[in-house]
Write a new protein. Sequence first.
Length: 71
Amino acid sequence: MLNTIGSGRSNNESDVKRQTLIYTNPQTGEVIKAKFDNFNWFNNGWIRDKTTDNKTCLRISNGAKLEIPIG
């Protein structure tokens, strides 16, 4: 299962950590890494969403892209 939970995530993480979203297939051990492209980490990225009681979400906006190479 791809962990898309933003809980505990932040744009204040190190560059490597904040750009890490990984899925490991429990049956094959295959590792799939999402690719972050054109994030500015100011108004997109791991942002607290005021409409969901300040829960953290991955906001993709302003030309940013997230590619998940599955199927």
